[in-house]
Design a protein around this ligand. Structure first.
Ligand code: SF4
Ligand code: SF4
Ligand code: SF4
Length: 271
């Protein structure tokens, strides 16, 4: 793919200026960027909206002049702190792209362990690399203008958000939980099939991606507005699932870290 393959976008016949965008990755699996590249059906339409200046996963050209920086991954190495600060200085808009960037993502699972040296040894063995003791979201180091949630991000949602940026429209993130979308998709509730699911407390916007495929939600998009954790505990208990089952999910992506921390504390106090 080449940056030169893009075509002029018009809206109601009027040429719309294309924002200069760049994609970057910190410590991550690069699955969020892959979502964009894999979206063959609408990739050309997407590229016609923007002027791609850097996107290591998809093109060799690089340009340091960009308006919007999409950053995937969490901060887990000291050199990444300097890197995002430089990107922040250059970009007008900085987007935390995916759950690693928004919450620390799966990388933040290592933060639960008391001994970072042990973690490094278990993970890297004799191939030790220089990493920070904890994994952090971008906003621990720089101002973030916009968050796009999900592990990975949902490509249709990214395109909708970018289209709104280009057309100067407001960006409205869903406040409702995954259950709303799941019900609209007429899925059988996974609790009726004996599976746990965090859909009642997780922010929607993924179109109930996991329940549509008969997997319970693990909360990758973080909490919905007014997420009722106590009610979620009751639902889990009523359906025979332990607090540990719920905690496994709450702790997985980092979006519920505050709730998980409070829950762990309450369990310890009870013991
Ligand atoms: S949010 Fe998930 S898919 Fe995206 S980079 Fe992190 S681990 Fe990979
Ligand atoms: S499967 Fe999950 S998301 Fe769907 S209705 Fe049941 S609890 Fe909600
Ligand atoms: S259903 Fe839950 S875990 Fe699955 S993509 Fe949506 S928010 Fe993430």
């Amino acid at each position: 793919m080449s940056a030169n393959q893009t075509v002029q976008r018009t809206y109601l016949g009027i040429p719309v200026s294309k924002p200069k965008v760049a994609f970057f990755e910190l410590s991550s699996c690069e699955g969020c960027q892959l979502q964009i590249v894999n979206n063959e059906a609408s990739l050309l339409d997407f590229l016609s909206l923007v002027d791609v200046r850097a996107f290591r996963e998809a093109m060799t050209e690089k340009n340091e002049d960009y308006d919007i920086a999409f950053i995937e991954g969490s901060v887990t190495r000291s050199d990444e702190v300097d890197r995002i600060k430089t990107i922040r200085e250059r970009a007008k808009v900085l987007v935390a792209f995916g759950s690693c960037a928004c919450f620390g993502g799966v990388n933040q699972l290592k933060n639960r362990f008391n001994d970072p040296t042990w973690v490094k040894k278990e993970v890297y063995g004799s191939h030790a690399i220089e990493t920070n003791d904890i994994a952090q979201p971008l906003d621990a180091h720089v101002k973030v203008d916009l968050q796009i949630f999900g592990c990975p991000v949902k490509k249709e949602e990214v395109e909708k958000i970018v289209t709104n940026v280009v057309l100067g429209k407001a960006i409205v993130q869903p406040k409702y939980p995954v259950c709303m979308e799941c019900k609209a998709n007429e899925n059988t509730c996974l609790y009726d099939l004996g599976e746990p699911c965090l859909g009642p407390i997780t922010r929607g916007g993924c179109d109930s991606w996991c329940p549509n495929n008969r997997f319970g939600c693990w909360g990758c998009r973080g909490p919905a507005v007014d997420a009722n954790i106590e009610q979620m505990k009751e639902i889990m208990k009523k359906n025979g699932f332990s607090e540990e089952t719920m905690l496994d999910r709450l702790e997985c992506f980092g979006g519920f870290s505050q709730h998980a921390g409070e829950m762990r504390k309450a369990i310890k106090t009870k013991a």
